[in-house]
Design a protein around this ligand. Sequence first.
Ligand code: AMP
Length: 600
Amino acid sequence: MTFKELNLKAEILSAIEELGYVQPMPVQEKTIPFMLEQSADLVALAQTGTGKTAGFGLPVLNMIEPERKQVQSLILSPTRELCIQIANDLTNYAKYLKGIRIVAVYGGEDIRKQLKQLDNTPQIIVATPGRLIDLLERGKVKLEAVDYLVLDEADEMLNMGFKDDLETILSKTPDTRRTMLFSATMPREIASIAKKYMKDYQEITIGHRNSGSENVEHIYYVAQAKHRYLVLKRIVDLNPDIYGIVFCRTRQETKEVAEHLMQDGYNADALHGDLSQAQRDTVMQKFRIRNLQLLVATDVAARGLDVSDLTHVINYNLPDDVEIYTHRSGRTGRANKKGVSVSIIHSKEKHKIREIERMLRKSFEQQQIPNGLEVCKKQLFYMIDKMQNVEVNEEQIAPYVEQINKQLDYLTKEELLKRFVSLEFNRFLEYYQDAEDLNYQEKSRSERGDREERGSKSGRKVRLKINLGEREGMNPKRFLGIINDVVGDKSINIGSIEITNKFTFFDVFEDQLDKVVSAFSNESDMSVTEAKGSKSYDGGSRRGDYGKKRSEDYRKDESRFSKKSGRQSDRGGSNSEKPWRNRDRNDNFKNSNSRKSRRR
Ligand code: AMP
């Protein structure tokens, strides 16, 4: 289907063509003909980012009578940012329509400016409920000529406590109006508003009810609560191009996580209710223009933020409410782009994941928290890619090339490469070389001291290694598959697994040792030997060579975020805690120096 087939005015078609809209999005295919050709009200279940602004904006603009200077359409939205966004979008769509005025009125800004804008009556008002009530009370806005009323993000308006305001506003609009209600979710209160204030409305759903966007992949990592921050860092480090929001439960947590990220050299900042409106605007703007890579925010503070191309949403904690999860994850995977919603959970929260899966009708994938090597490899090749694609300014560097050539003449290409990589990468390798496995290990029965079924085991383990590692594509699942295949005994109890580039280290119980080693002795291309320096020991997890000594940096990091540690006193941590210098991480992300000087 094309926009032309939707019978929109030529002026509107020209404007949207200029904006690069080629095909209507699914919500638009449904709402535009419905509004133009029928007379009933509409309830649309659609996430932000599905194109719903044009879904209601285009038919409304098409039906407005430019010569009639009355408020013909009222669009209500929960936040000032969304108001501004909608008004901007409509202004763009109306670029070639003569005589249409669109005014946005919202709280948090001097009312005098808005009063002035209303002197010349607009045909379309985009408003937040509270400010509109104020203007109605001042007699500055009249709603008796409203033909089209749009309630955008209606669930959010209710969440924000606008129910009474909404009812007041609705009562001041004529019964003859047509109403369009948009909501990402359909809680009971929305259904009751629709029932009370809308006439034989039609309901359309883009995707499932309560479902997240189709473009969002949902994954989760299981870790101990004290490792949450470290897991966050691994996620960020594994995704050098990340542009996302980290959702926290409280202002305090938001501040702490953001501060730690900043101290650790990440391009992050916090958005929470303790900031003034001006400070919030600044942070949001920096994030919008990608001056910030990570925004750590509470749900309430992030409400006003409308950014379409987030790569990730990170749930630092799972929200209690599935609808909040839907809203959070709906912030990524917008406008036909792919997005990832990541949750860091504790083992006891798996049931919450199941509950969200049921409500969203989506399956979530549990992934292994990447180990240090995986992170390093990703970063290394990210850097190599960047080098491949860097723009070379021949002219500027020409005067130096000869001298540089002379100076480096004695180095082979391989030596040059090694030095180049080390220059940028040593800190990273150092930081991660002894990084701990952060995956939550379900304790085996015997580790819990419950031996009834496994009475044959002594509880002592031996650390073994197999000559297959990361470079052969090894991962824990594959490794366990190999054990099952080769040993042919599913009761073999494997303790902690550590995968390095060349080897996989793992623990087995002493009394199963022979079985495992002899099974592998028949394999020509795999060899299992005792890990160097390994001793049998009692219970607990133990690392092979790879994890013998945890680096100072890493230990520091772990204690920083352990609940028991004195956070303040740990904060002054040395620079060695930064796995990289933030500069150059991504050319798109300008390093924010201001974050260093700002203290809130
Ligand atoms: P919305 O859900 O209204 O916030 O829209 C999400 C994004 O999709 C915005 O950046 C719109 O400009 C864009 N958009 C809306 N409709 C179309 C379309 N038909 N083709 C391409 N982009 C669109």
